[in-house]
Ligand binder design. Structure first.
Ligand code: SF4
Length: 123
């Protein structure tokens, strides 16, 4: 997982879940796009990452953190960069969700759909 500027890290951020993530046993490169990756290559890599996230026991903690931290890069909690950008774009930056659980509250549907069969490319 990439380092974030401290200003973006929620003050109550906890990291225990990262020790439990399924991604610990997987090539981290599938979670982050290489420069200039486009089209089907990006879709394929994102889906591979999402499949790992779909079976991860700490997916909700990860997704909650990523939304609250406004993570710009990578697949987190099954949410791709584009999916998170859509979430960020509809949130009020003056009242941004920062408290633990607020990321889940404001993006519940997006987080559920992020690992749906359709999002994984199996339906
Ligand atoms: S949800 Fe995905 S990115 Fe987050 S800890 Fe689990 S496997 Fe890693």
């Amino acid at each position: 997982m990439p380092q974030q500027p401290l200003a973006q890290v929620p003050v109550d951020a906890q990291w225990y879940w990262q020790e439990l993530g399924s991604c610990r046993d997987v090539d981290p490169l599938i979670f982050f796009h290489p420069q200039n990756e486009r089209g089907s290559a990006r879709i394929k890599r994102d889906r591979a990452a999402k499949q790992v996230c779909a079976g991860c026991t700490v997916r909700l903690e990860c997704a909650d953190y990523a939304v609250r931290a406004r993570e710009p890069y990578g697949v987190w909690g099954g949410l791709s960069e584009d999916e998170r950008e859509r979430i960020y774009s509809r949130l009020d930056s003056r009242n941004y969700p920062r408290a633990k659980g607020d990321g889940l509250r404001v993006a519940e549907r997006d987080i559920a759909l992020a690992v749906s069969p359709r999002a994984l490319g199996i339906a």
